[in-house]
Design a protein around this ligand. Structure first.
Ligand SMILES: [Zn+2]
Length: 224
């Protein structure tokens, strides 16, 4: 097998493994939510539309180009492919994108409420608050644009009345971000019943995020 082909097989496998892990951890239910990974500058591997994650195989993962048009795969690409591609185009360093309908993130998304930086781990990875994008119908270019606006320079955003999307420099980081945002949303909702969480300062969040981006990420991978 050629080196490029092996790379594509590995990326497709990683998308399958991550989707099934998200499903197992109850961050995704049924066939809702979607996962993608960058193959190279202009192509991405995306979960198929309407396919249960339990029976997903690497061949089901659809390869799309930078216009979101299917190039290879047995199925239709995810209905949120436009959103995934828009994130890769805005953030050249993005290596993976995860969109879920996890419970506490959705709780804030239905309230159309931003999640302030209240807990250090999430704040340092996301880079600040998780803001809620203005409502748009699923799968539309309008939704993709609203999400880009809510993201700003950060790594996660809520989608009003819908869910949450996160990106990472690799799949491991995108997965960790999805888990951290769900945890922070749960803490925020729980703290609301006990008088409300106190926010971290903007300056402290900036310092922690800078350290995370420049050093901690490398230390997690044994590169520093
Ligand atoms: Zn969705």
């Amino acid at each position: 097998m050629k080196r490029e082909d092996l790379h594509i097989v590995n990326v497709r496998k990683e998308v399958v493994v991550t989707s099934q892990l998200l499903s197992k951890k109850a961050l995704m239910a049924g066939s809702w939510g979607n996962v993608s990974a960058r193959i190279d500058k202009d192509s991405y591997a995306v979960t198929p539309s309407g396919h249960s994650y339990d029976t997903l195989t690497p061949d089901d993962i659809v390869i799309v180009n930078s216009d979101g048009i299917k190039m290879t795969g047995n199925s239709y690409p995810s209905t949120e492919t436009k959103l995934h591609v828009a994130i890769y185009k805005k953030f050249p360093e993005a290596g993976a994108v995860i969109h879920t309908h996890s419970i506490f993130a959705c709780t804030l998304a239905v309230l159309r409420k931003d999640l302030p930086p209240i807990i250090e781990d999430t704040a340092q990875v996301v880079g600040g608050s998780v803001d809620c994008a203005a409502y748009a119908m699923p799968g539309t270019e309008e939704l993709a644009q609203n999400v880009l606006q809510a993201l700003g320079k950060k790594r996660a955003a809520f989608m009003a009345n819908h869910g949450v999307v996160c990106w990472g420099r690799d799949m491991k980081e995108a997965y960790m971000t999805a888990e951290l945002v769900e945890k922070a949303a749960e803490i925020y909702c729980t703290a609301a019943s006990l008088g409300g969480a106190k926010e971290l300062s903007k300056k402290d969040v900036e310092t922690m995020h800078k350290f995370y981006v420049e050093h901690y990420f490398k230390r997690q991978r044994g590169e520093e």
